[in-house]
Write a protein that binds this ligand. Structure first.
Ligand code: ADP
Length: 407
């Protein structure tokens, strides 16, 4: 069956079409078609590739008819134009959506109903940019493919097993009662990476303690014990934890009250500062992209080097915190854009964490092609680089749900 996956971000829309059925192997497969739209202030970049190697790449001014119209044009390339892989839209069996925030109730993949849409909309107060984009994707499929069942998969869902001590903030208890608690994010990929590494190692998941490092534009860690998330660095929102491309990660909350009190910033400014003007970009003043930070560091630019050093300092502190929650760990996984591609970041973190029993092979680390191991034989901790496969994971959930629906 052909499954369409929509992965809506605050400034991007990814989409992929997979051919899967219930007999498909547990090995991830490449999509038949993959498209992406990236928006900045006034530009829109469209890139599409299909399994025959046909491509479309355009860079244009943001169109006046809005993002949803652009996404509709993107999807029409599935059945028309040079990248078409379908005779008609009716070949699509179901559509899966990555929804960033599922809150306390939406912890498992679900069929999209009006009740589910309402619950996702209610959570927009916590994740305004992301959940709204997810709802727009759902509305677009309703319009384009009205008879296609839709499935929502939640990035918070995997962290449903966090114990009380890890999910409760040490504020007044009524925060928890009001729903202010740690949720954690990137769960679709953390769960996939844990399953993938267990599969590659051929070990019983029950006996494995894994720290998964999702290092992309957003960055988070998960501590996974016997296949279950027991701690994670992101919190009530995707702002907490590690330093990220444009997000600060954890900072002293006293800074915020100080900024408000001294009128350096209002509440809306704080949102923009913490989400868009901090992290690698905020410190370096150059870029939110780790590749630019590394190049500027090689060129001797001090603030770029500082940005890199803070990134590694925060990463190592938080890996050690996850190790403490797990009472030791067996596997360290690097995944997502930086985790998969930056040998420098992996080498710096593994070198600093040698005291935790990590011994990596510098030659393997420099040339690794995921999915592969970069630790030396005999290292107390196995270190793996695993390619993120969020879209394929969502497509698999769609197959599983449709099988459930039939039985
Ligand atoms: P998203 O969170 O948007 O899905 P990705 O997982 O694609 O992001 O990660 C994007 C980040 O990956 C980029 O901002 C860039 O910093 C980093 N990245 C990609 N390729 C490399 C590379 N070769 N070396 C270092 N960093 C890289």
């Amino acid at each position: 069956m052909k499954i369409l996956v929509l992965n809506s971000g605050s400034s991007s829309q990814k989409s992929a079409l997979f051919e899967l059925d219930r007999k498909s192997s547990a090995e991830p497969v490449a999509p038949l078609w993959e498209g992406k739209l990236d928006w900045d202030v006034d530009h829109e970049v469209l890139s599409i590739t299909n399994s025959s190697g046909n491509r479309i790449h355009t860079n244009s001014k943001v169109s006046s008819d809005g993002r949803q119209a652009s996404v509709e044009r993107l999807l029409r390339n599935l059945w028309s134009g040079p990248t078409a892989v379908l005779q008609s839209a009716t070949e699509i069996h179901s559509a899966g959506h990555r929804i960033v925030h599922g809150g306390a109730k939406l912890t498992q993949p679900v069929m999209v109903t009006s009740e589910v849409k309402r619950a996702i909309a209610d959570l927009s107060a916590i994740a305004p940019l992301h959940n709204q984009a997810g709802l727009e994707g759902i509305a677009l499929i309703e319009k384009l493919l009205p008879s296609v069942p839709q499935i929502a998969v939640f990035d918070t869902g995997f962290h449903r097993t966090l114990p009380a001590a890890a999910k409760t903030y040490a504020g007044p208890y009524d925060w928890y009662e009001r729903g202010i608690r740690r949720f954690g994010f990137h769960g679709i990929n953390h769960e996939y990476c844990a399953n993938r590494v267990m599969q590659l190692l051929g070990r019983d998941p029950k006996n494995l303690r894994i720290i998964s490092c999702h290092l992309g534009n957003g960055c988070s860690l998960a501590a996974i014990d016997g296949g279950k998330s027991i701690d994670t660095t992101m919190g009530f929102t995707p702002l907490e934890g590690l330093m990220m491309g444009t997000r600060a990660g954890s900072i002293d909350p006293g800074i915020l009250t100080h900024l408000l009190r001294t009128k350096y910033a209002g509440e809306h400014d704080l949102d923009a500062i913490l989400n868009h003007k901090s992290g690698l970009l905020g410190i370096s003043g150059i870029s939110n992209d780790m590749r630019d930070i590394l190049e500027a560091t090689r060129n001797g630019i001090e603030r770029a080097k500082l940005a890199f050093d803070i990134f590694i300092h925060r990463l190592c502190s938080e890996i050690a915190a996850m190790a403490a929650s797990l009472g030791g760990f067996d596997v360290l996984v690097f995944t997502a854009g930086i985790g998969e591609n930056s040998a420098e970041v992996r080498a710096a973190a593994c070198t600093q964490l040698k005291f935790l029993g990590i011994e990596f092979d510098p030659a393997k680390n420099a040339t690794v092609k995921p999915d592969a191991q970069i630790s030396v034989p005999g290292s107390n901790v196995d270190v793996w680089v695993i390619r993120a496969q969020e879209d394929w994971s969502i497509a698999r959930e769609c197959v599983r749900m449709s099988e459930q629906g039939r039985s």
